[in-house]
Write a protein that binds this ligand. Structure first.
Ligand SMILES: Nc1nc2c(ncn2[C@@H]2O[C@H](COP(=O)(O)OP(=O)(O)OP(=O)(O)O)[C@@H](O)[C@H]2O)c(=O)[nH]1
Ligand SMILES: [Mg+2]
Length: 675
């Protein structure tokens, strides 16, 4: 289909599972576009993307790579995001601005399940996407097998757009199913047009039929033609492909090899002809047409002495040098090409630019000239699944942690910190071991702050099992004023979750009214640390009797007496440890349900049931209860059991008695840590 050119600048997201070849594909695309002279590689650290210290150190993408370029006189920005599930936030942020996504995957049916969560996210956002099956240079699997596995991961029908030409098992070319032209792949060069080999003719016409039938599902005219055995013309097929993609009805599938530069031109032509315009994207995202500029921020970086840099896409209008954004004049509008920034006078609708020093803008914000119009949608930030207690290597640096971590968190909304009042720890929360490790490395590389991390403490409590009555007298004769207070108290266990209750049954002023609250205060203080070392909960304390002295009694004396009575009563009241139990819902492809159930039981968990996950064909949700103490590594175990696809959500549910060896261990460890 021909469009009304010129097409405004477009933005394509390059997403996909870990190590599928996204950054290599970005490199190949930039070479194809003429923006790079030679193809660098991820393996020897010469690619445009992954230039950060952390990315090079781990030979993986640790944050998004952004590159704007021209291709056949049209402007494009490619946003390549990390594949690691722990770094999913980068993809979600970039999804907020992209016109289309290229989902890069491997030709291995076993790995297809890892695509399901990201394809879901795209479907839910209505983001048009296509698949690029990469690494075709080293596969033995048939495209048909791979397609079947991939289809299981997608709610939208996959439409294969080309079929492979093979020399033995190796793929060395493709046939385009729309134009029906055959190409032989050349190492590092454009593919060569060849005559359609006889060996693929049957496969070609079968695949072409499948493609047309998929399209006919959404177009009655095409359906009629197919029923009459008429051959639809090429323009009509392209028009259908473009429309169905824009409406996210179908997912076109291409293949090739990023590191060999194969299939790249075909992919780029599809993007050029079929990717929606920024106008269509703004509409899809509900960003209304206005005379003013609308810019969505999708990445924030604190770029050393250059200061804060906000990557934004102009969704409506334009921003010229000197214009305001969110009430401030950006310190420069920059075209982004990997780590290189180029000052430009203006960013037009569709352009991506790095805006300097927009102090009020955060990732996810939609900016107008005068103010931030809206922040990130609540579901645009993923909730934490893993945490570590952290402190600076040198205690005196502890105060520097929050401000320096804040900058890292600005760059990554899926990181958060919190101060745990019950354990007294400073906790860093995120998506997994690697995620937090990278965050701490970044902190070290940027600010020189070394951090020690430990498994966060569990907020254990204790309670009592027996009622006890206690008499305590506080008496002190020291010089002038003495201290005197005498109390009788009853301590009784309460039901789980009832907390602390205090009452008195004092008659005839045995303890004067004004001293009763002091007894309660003393009791509360004493309950902060019980005989096992933890806060005592679910007890009632009743002041039943007492004595006072007209001169020597005071609030302080009664507080002390109240505390003493409790401290003496608790060890006799059958103290017992309480551990927090969380309720959790674990989502997994149902092939792994049994394995997940075993993981739950191995962690003293209780399975409450499992069911098909609503709207997720082939997925289950297992609901269970698990001790908080067993959940630290849960996400790691779930992922390793499910090809990285599984996840969970959990919340505190209740406190439960813990006895026997497990309890002894907790008490011992706690006592040791307190020494
Ligand atoms: N044989 C072959 N290897 C490839 C191809 N594309 C990428 N690779 C290799 O796959 C590995 C990962 O490539 P990357 O481009 O870093 O993959 P990625 O998807 O960006 O990885 P993350 O961003 O870390 O998820 C590297 O060793 C590449 O050399 C390909 O087409 N064929
Ligand atoms: Mg990468």
């Amino acid at each position: 289909m021909t469009r009304n050119h010129p097409m405004p600048p477009r933005a394509a997201l390059i997403a996909g599972p870990y190590s599928s070849g996204k950054t290599s594909l970005l490199e190949a695309i930039l070479v194809e576009a003429g923006a790079l002279n030679r193809r660098g590689t991820v393996t020897d650290g010469t690619s445009l993307g992954d230039a950060s210290i952390e990315a090079r150190a781990h030979a993986m993408s640790t944050e998004m790579n952004v590159a704007s370029t021209e291709y056949l006189e049209e402007r494009w920005t490619f946003i390549d995001v990390p594949g690691s599930v722990e770094l999913h936030q980068e993809m979600l942020s970039a999804m907020n601005v992209a016109d289309i996504a290229v989902v890069v995957c491997e030709p291995e049916p076993d790995k297809a399940v890892a695509l399901a969560p990201m394809l879901r996210a795209m479907d839910e956002a209505g983001l048009p996407h296509l698949l690029f099956i990469n690494k075709m240079d080293q596969t033995r699997a048939s495209v048909r097998e791979t397609m079947a596995a991939l289809q299981a991961a997608s709610t939208r029908p996959l439409v294969l757009r080309e079929v492979p030409i093979r020399d033995g098992e190796a793929v060395n070319g493709h046939v385009d199913l729309v134009s029906e032209r055959a190409f032989s792949w050349q190492e590092g060069q454009a593919s060569k047009l060849i005559t359609l080999p006889e060996t693929v003719q049957d496969r070609e016409s079968e695949a072409r039929n499948d493609m047309l039938e998929s399209l006919a599902d959404f177009d009655d005219t095409l359906l009629e033609k197919l029923l009459e055995d008429a051959i639809p013309n090429t323009d009509e097929v392209y028009a259908n492909l473009t429309k169905d993609l824009a409406e996210n009805l179908i997912v076109p599938v291409f293949f090739g090899s990023a590191t060999h530069g194969n299939g790249i031109r075909r992919l780029m032509k599809a993007l050029r002809h079929e990717a929606p315009s920024p106008e269509e994207t703004a509409k899809r995202l509900g960003i209304e047409k206005t005379p003013d500029a609308r810019v969505r921020i999708f990445k924030t970086v604190h770029a050393g002495h250059a200061g804060k840099l906000s990557y934004g896409r102009v969704m409506r209008g334009k921003v010229a040098d000197g214009d305001n954004l969110a009430g401030a004049r950006p310190a420069g509008i920059n075209r982004v090409f990997g780590a290189n920034l180029d000052r430009v006078p203006v960013a037009e609708t569709g352009d991506v630019a790095g805006f300097g020093k927009l102090e009020d803008a955060a990732t996810g914000d939609l900016l107008g000239p005068d103010k931030v119009l809206s922040g990130a949608a609540p579901d645009a930030v993923i909730s934490p699944l893993y945490s570590l207690a952290i402190r600076a290597e040198s205690r005196s640096d502890d105060v520097k942690l929050p401000a320096n971590l804040q900058k890292i968190m600005d760059e990554d909304p899926s990181l958060s910190t919190r101060h745990d009042d019950t354990t007294g720890e400073y906790v860093l929360l995120g998506q997994g071991e690697m995620h937090l490790k990278l965050a701490l490395e970044k902190l070290q590389n940027r600010s020189g702050l070394g951090v020690l991390s430990t498994t966060p403490k569990v907020a254990y409590r204790e309670t009592i099992r027996k009622a006890v009555s206690k008499h305590a007298r506080h008496k002190k004769q020291s010089g002038g004023h003495g201290e005197f207070a005498d109390v009788h108290i009853d301590v009784k266990p309460l039901g789980r979750g009832e907390g602390f209750q205090f009452a008195d049954t004092i008659h005839g002023g045995a303890v004067p009214k004004q001293y009763i609250p002091a007894v309660e205060a003393g009791a509360r203080e004493a309950l902060e640390t019980g005989p096992l070392g933890f806060p005592v909960v679910d007890v009632s304390v009743t002041l039943t009797d007492g004595q006072f002295h007209a001169v020597d009694s005071s609030e302080m004396a009664f507080r002390k007496a109240g505390g003493q009575a409790i401290r003496e009563a608790l060890p006799e009241a059958g103290p017992v440890l309480l551990e927090p139990i969380n309720s959790a819902t674990i989502s997994i492809p149902n092939a792994y349900t049994a394995r997940i159930q075993r993981i739950i039981t191995s962690h003293r968990g209780q399975i409450l049931g499992f069911d098909a996950k609503d709207g997720w064909e082939g997925w289950d949700e297992v609901s269970c209860q698990l001790p908080a103490a067993e959940m630290h590594m849960l996400i790691v175990e779930i992922r390793s059991a499910t090809q990285g696809a599984g996840t969970f959500a959990s919340d505190f549910d209740h406190l439960q008695e813990l006895t026997g060896k497990d309890a002894d261990k907790v008490v011992e460890a706690h006592a040791q840590a307190a020494d």
